[in-house]
Ligand binder design. Structure first.
Ligand code: LUZ
Ligand code: MOS
Length: 750
């Protein structure tokens, strides 16, 4: 089944925030971001801006009716600066005007003067100064110190990864409409309507029930709108509250890049110990997460780094510690993988370095240490593993052939070199914060037999509404034309978890399944009663009521009509909470994930050894899907994820200067993969399995896991560089840009 949005997408009829018709009298907002990364505010003069024709109001922290606070887990984030600014781009004041152009012009007329304070951009410096968001956390298994003593080989090093700009096609934005009695309806491009509603209630000083947040769909989120859509929605609501007029703010691309957080850069020390037969006996790492200037989701991201620190490997002795370090950069936030990719990158660096020092292929170490079913993760959960199956499927078909072809090629070419890498993945599915693993669905059947489904799921291009649609279609067994998926609305579905953690289809799909089942059970009971038949013999499918497999002549529509007259409820609100999961933070052990997703990618690259440029020739993947409920949607998620991961690992480079100024603040200075830099061949094989799992219709979550295949590109490039210059001094610092590649081709170890 194709994505249910296909028809309106290709016709340009799909509704995004900017497509919502505006009411007469709508005003437009723009925000002044701090020009300094860390400063005491000496002067904030808005008088010139206020005088500009068309400006209705200039708003500062003093105008906030409720609390000036939008922090999530930790209340450390102001909506508008008061005495100090902590990062460049931090909102300082907001203008509301009769046009967006006037609002932007007025922002430039606000005078900001500050006394510069010390700017910290490096997480290690922050850690030395004890600028931590929370105390460090450690996961451990076995006894690493003792285990290192017994290791034949012990290798240490440093790994660094950079951040990543989300670059959702639709920028952040919102549209707030004031209603009667201090009620507001707010359209927001958010992954988390409840986060918007909660913090908006605090800032406006009104209860949550006054706030209706409504979302039709997003033009992408990737985590960037899990927490960080909130501020923009509140700015609009605040403007609406203070002016009594509808207020809209749709950020332009540069505002968005300059004022919103990104993936977390990390700097990590690692140590890995192997036995003579290449078993990894011990692994230790200390992660320094660059959180930026506020906590945002950093503690949760940090936690997932620890959960995925051993990737797809069983290691009996592990000690991994992570520090969330406060710096004067944009507050970093959720991004597809949510700290998992950062953790997995480091263990792959450790394995690659060990392999290089032993003069073997990394794959020799990787394959000997893959998880088996029953192996324990450092956090206590036991694996139900597909790691070997996926690895073997790729290795058997492709590894030897590719390796041989590459060595022939490299022998014949002196100025082009190829490299390959294997990248196994293992990603845990569930919010690591256990209470978030719940969802609700509200299903209505109308008198004509048509169906409306509401859930807490946000459609952001990932196809979740298509999967929810399939659930309703399958349970009711009715024609697709009869079903509509509604907007995500806080008046229909309350207290939603953000659409995140790859869990959206599972959580909201299961709630939908439950609601539809409840209605169907009532209908079946009613049909049996009307037919004076035993319920066991009665079935409803293909728009008909059947008795002992014989058509009774009662159609779906007739059944619904009769059920209504008999006063049977045709609506249901269902609640789903993932069973079996728990986690004890005191001992850092538990069973936090409903299940894991596995897979392996083989990546092949060619480096131009004069220019340092490169091509990704091929990525061959075998991916564990459970039982895919929608191949097209799943394939789309996988292809997008792989390419986004490759971008993070190769060409996307976020650059701040020493003063905390973002230099890569536009698409002229920040490069994401386009069709030319995408892999020439991207081959994804679905590996289906009959094992039980907690996924919706056994179709495993597919949102985040494929991103981590992109890590393989980094190591394939590294191997190509080493093929040209075995003595290269290339480090473990991602992204592997063409500049770094060129330096690596010609820089030698001393
Ligand atoms: N968001 C979140 C996430 O709040 N908790 C998580 O565990 C998570 N994991 C992945 C992506 N977003
Ligand atoms: Mo996400 S990183 O699942 O919002």
């Amino acid at each position: 089944m194709q994505n249910i949005d296909t028809y309106t997408h290709v016709r340009g009829e799909s509704i995004y925030l900017d497509d919502i018709p505006e009411l007469a009298g709508t005003l437009y907002a723009a925000v002044l971001g701090s020009p300094m990364a860390h400063a005491q505010i000496l002067k904030l003069d808005t008088s010139l801006a206020e005088k500009l024709d068309g400006v209705v109001k200039v708003i500062t922290s003093k105008d906030i009716p409720g609390k000036n606070q939008i922090g999530g887990a930790i209340p450390d984030e102001l909506l508008l600066a008061e005495d100090e600014v902590h990062f460049e781009g931090m909102p300082v004041a907001m203008v509301v005007a009769t046009s967006a152009a006037i609002a932007k012009k007025a922002v430039k007329l606000i005078k900001f003067e500050g006394q510069l304070l010390e700017v910290i951009t490096d997480p290690r410096v922050a850690a030395e100064k004890n600028q931590l968001i929370l105390p460090p956390r450690t996961f451990s298994l076995g006894d690493v110190e003792k285990a290192f003593e017994t290791c034949e080989y012990v290798i240490e090093g440093i790994a660094e990864n950079n951040g990543q700009e989300h670059l959702y096609i639709e920028t952040q934005g919102a549209y707030a409409i004031p209603l009667e009695n201090k009620k507001f309806r707010v359209y927001s491009s958010t992954q988390g309507p409840t986060a918007v509603q909660t913090h908006m209630a605090d800032v406006l000083g009104v209860p949550m029930h006054k706030l209706e947040i409504d979302v039709t769909r997003l033009g992408g989120g990737f985590g960037g709108k899990e927490d960080q859509a909130t501020a923009w929605a509140i700015f609009c609501a605040l403007g609406a509250y203070l002016t009594g007029k509808p207020v809209k703010y749709s950020l332009d691309r540069m505002e968005d890049i300059r004022m919103t957080g990104k993936r977390h850069p990390y700097s990590t020390d690692y140590k890995i110990g192997l036995s003579k037969d290449l078993k990894i006996l011990a692994y230790a790492a200390t992660f320094h997460q660059n959180a930026g200037a506020a906590a945002d989701l950093s503690p949760a991201v940090l936690e997932r780094t620890l959960f995925h620190a051993t990737n797809s490997y069983y290691i009996p002795n592990v000690k991994v510690t992570a520090k969330s370090c406060r710096t004067n950069l944009l507050p970093n936030t959720a991004f597809r993988g949510f700290g998992g990719p950062q953790g997995m990158f480091v263990i792959e660096c450790a394995i690659a370095k060990a392999a290089e020092s032993l003069d073997i292929e990394a794959a020799e170490i990787q394959k000997r240490n893959l998880l088996n079913t029953g192996d324990e993760f450092p956090y206590g959960q036991k694996a139900v593993s597909e790691a070997h199956e996926c690895w073997d499927a790729v290795a058997k078909e492709k590894l030897t052939v590719t390796r041989n072809r590459i060595s022939d090629f490299n022998a014949q070419h002196s100025l082009y070199k190829k490299g390959l890498s294997m990248m196994p993945i293992c990603f845990g599915i569930s919010f690591t914060k256990i209470p978030l693993n719940q969802a609700r669905a509200l299903v209505h059947v109308y008198l004509d037999g048509s169906v409306h489904v509401s859930t807490g799921a946000i459609e952001m291009g990932q196809g979740v509404n298509t999967k929810i649609f399939q659930v309703a279609e399958k349970i009711f067994s009715i024609q697709p034309e009869r079903i509509t998926i509604g907007t995500t609305n806080t008046y229909r579905i309350t207290n939603t978890s953000p659409s995140a953690a790859s869990t959206t289809a599972d959580l909201n799909g299961k709630a939908t399944e439950m609601a539809c089942m409840a209605i169907m059970n009532r209908l079946r009971e009613f049909a049996a009663f009307s037919l004076d038949a035993k319920i066991e013999g009665v079935a409803i499918h293909h728009e008909k009521v059947w008795h002992n497999d014989k058509d009774t002549g009662i159609t779906w529509e007739a059944l619904i009509g009769k059920a209504y007259l008999a006063r049977i409820s045709l609506s249901e609100h269902a609640h789903y909470a993932t069973p079996q999961i728990y986690f004890d933070g005191k001992i850092e052990k538990g069973h936090p994930f409903a299940y894991h997703v596995y897979g392996t990618a083989l990546t092949e690259v060619t480096v131009d050894c004069i220019r340092g440029t490169y091509e990704i020739d091929a990525v061959e993947i075998v991916h564990d899907v459970g039982k895919s409920m929608n191949r097209i949607v799943d394939m789309g998620q996988m292809e997008g994820g792989v390419v986004q991961g490759i971008g993070w690992m190769t060409m996307e480079e976020i650059v701040y200067d020493k003063n905390g100024k973002l230099r890569s603040n536009a698409l002229s200075t920040y490069k994401v993969p386009d069709i030319y830099s995408a892999p020439k061949l991207l081959n994804i094989e679905f590996r289906e399995s009959d094992k039980e799992n907690l996924a919706i219709f056994h179709s495993k979550a597919v949102g985040e896991p494929p991103l981590m295949y992109g890590i393989g590109a980094f190591f394939a490039l590294r191997n190509a560089i080493k093929a040209f210059n075995p003595n290269s001094n290339i480090g473990f610092s991602a992204p592997m840009t063409p500049e770094k590649t060129l330096m690596g081709l010609y820089g030698n170890k001393s």
